[in-house]
Design a protein around this ligand. Structure first.
Ligand code: PLP
Length: 273
């Protein structure tokens, strides 16, 4: 899929951001129109226009989207409206159509999306849900965020699983070789970031999934930095689970996330059920 920052903002993030929780149609329409109407401006004017949609202080350059993306006004307004609707009129909900929208955004089926509060939520569901026993091996990188390190380390301590690690290599081929070299008869799962938070390298997720699939492993991807940063097609990627959130690169409300769970994953891997 060919994309650039401008078309990405126009066609994906902006469309989704405006339609997240507590949808505010009016606000999202205004914003989308305003971005579309300015699509022919030169780059400087276009980005100045984008900037106006955020309450970030003028003298402030925010570079930490990998932790929490700043939301534009219409997301903030939609969240406020949702909270007021609850407190004033006892209304709640607004997420009924969200599974389908998220699914379309990440190339999945509606039924494969569960709503969570953040990436770590999804990681914990994946990690603690796996029927691993003493001696079973799980492969991680040496570049994990604590969110994808502690759950597995806790299982190591509590259940005696064995964690094996590799350092992502400069090339995809070398990275795959390093993973392949760690796989043995006791390996049960891969739990690998799509984009490690330490250096921002995009790992060859699709090829890693193919390798794991060929070896009958369960494949979990920490997708903290996927959606909103890259076009995604999780079906094509072919992982079993992919945990992510809407509050980083998608610029959505804080405390919103999702876990992709492949419909038929249990048929493929050789964990003892
Ligand atoms: C690679 C990676 N995984 C997991 C997380 C945890 O994300 P969250 O705060 O949404 O749980 C982060 C947060 O920065 C991250 O960079």
């Amino acid at each position: 899929m060919k994309t650039n920052r401008r078309s990405f903002i126009k066609h994906s993030s902006a469309a989704l951001m405006g339609s997240l929780l507590w949808q505010n149609e009016e606000a999202s329409a205004v914003t989308l129109d305003s971005l579309k109407n300015n699509a022919d401006e030169d780059d400087e004017a276009f980005w100045k226009n984008v900037r106006k949609h955020f309450p970030l202080a003028n003298d402030f350059a925010y570079l930490n989207n990998g932790t929490m993306g700043p939301s534009p006004y219409y997301v903030i307004e939609a969240v406020k409206k949702g909270m007021m609707d609850g407190d004033q009129f006892g209304n709640y909900g607004g997420w009924e159509n969200l599974h389908a929208k998220l699914a379309a955004f990440v190339g999945a089926d509606e039924k494969e999306i569960a709503l969570t509060h953040n990436v770590t939520d999804g990681i914990n569901i994946a990690c603690w849900g796996l029927p691993l026993k003493k001696g079973d091996e799980v492969i991680l990188t040496t570049h994990e965020h604590v969110g994808n390190a502690f759950p597995w380390l806790n299982r190591q301590r509590l259940h005696g699983i064995v964690i094996r690690t590799f350092t992502p290599a400069p090339t995809a081929a070398e990275t795959l070789e390093r993973i392949a070299a760690l796989i043995n008869k006791k390996t049960r799962a891969l739990a690998i970031p799509h984009i490690p938070c330490t250096q921002g390298q995009i790992l060859p997720a699709k090829e890693i999934c193919k390798l794991g699939r060929d070896k009958g492993l369960f494949i979990f991807i920490d997708g903290a930095h996927g959606p909103g940063m890259l076009p995604l097609n999780l079906k094509e990627m072919d992982c079993d689970m992919y945990a992510s959130c809407c509050h980083k690169w998608m610029l959505g409300p804080k405390g919103t996330g999702f876990l992709y769970v492949k419909k038929i994953f249990s048929k493929h891997y050789k964990l003892i059920l």
